[in-house]
Ligand binder design. Structure first.
Ligand SMILES: Cc1cc2nc3c(=O)[nH]c(=O)nc-3n(C[C@H](O)[C@H](O)[C@H](O)COP(=O)(O)O)c2cc1C
Length: 189
């Protein structure tokens, strides 16, 4: 009998600090679709990370070390971000900058979600940033969902048959890819 696999741990990061953020609500909805054996944690300290400064190397505050440890412990990252002035919101770019010199992000599977299909510049920019940081974008799991202007909460998203189906499909594809990576990297006993 094979060794039982540990649960798949996903870390969800919203690029918006807005209380009523459609990207955050999208991540809340997808977390509720997690099948048994998959846990989704919503990262809540993005706005508390200090401005990235290479001079802080070796003296990083606890919030940064905690962020690194959550990234390290995650089997995959679900990132959902708005677009600001055709770019990635500063708060998200700042968080990613804290990961550039470490090992935590390397080969990490990443799904790039989006609550607005209009946000093509930010999506393209995030794709470039994640790639140059050696993350593995899972394209089958990277979808844009038209939530802009719909004012839905997580329950409303899950009650929307088309959107819920798209999210379920993205999550299933993401988990399948992560499971494949796990099998490939398993050391034979
Ligand atoms: C300062 C600012 C700049 C924005 N710039 C763009 C933009 O360049 N392109 C775009 O499609 N939407 C833009 N938007 C709209 C947001 O991307 C959109 O409202 C998004 O859904 C907000 O995400 P949230 O609900 O998660 O906060 C901008 C919004 C703000 C507040």
């Amino acid at each position: 009998m094979g060794k039982p696999c540990s649960p798949i741990q996903l870390l969800a990061i919203s690029g918006s600090l807005r209380a009523a953020s459609s990207n955050t609500v999208l991540l809340r909805a997808i977390s509720q679709l997690a099948p048994p054996g998959v846990r989704v944690e919503l990262y809540s300290a993005l706005g508390e990370l200090p401005h990235f400064n290479p001079d802080l190397e070796g003296k990083e505050p606890p919030v940064v070390r905690d962020f690194w440890s959550r990234i390290r412990g995650a089997d995959g990252l679900l990132i959902s971000s708005p677009e600001y002035a055709h770019g990635v919101p500063g708060v998200l770019k700042n968080a990613l900058d804290w990961l550039v010199s470490g090992e935590e992000f390397i080969a990490k599977p990443v799904a790039l979600l989006n609550a607005s299909p209009r946000a093509t510049h930010a999506q393209a920019s995030l794709s470039e940033i994640v790639t140059v940081m050696s993350g593995r974008i899972v394209h089958e799991a990277s979808i844009a969902v038209p939530l802009l202007g719909k004012n839905l909460d997580a329950a409303g998203i899950l009650a929307h048959a088309e959107i819920a189906m798209a999210l379920r499909g993205a999550l299933t594809a993401f988990v399948e890819v992560i499971e494949r990576f796990r099998t490939q990297t398993q050391v034979p006993q």
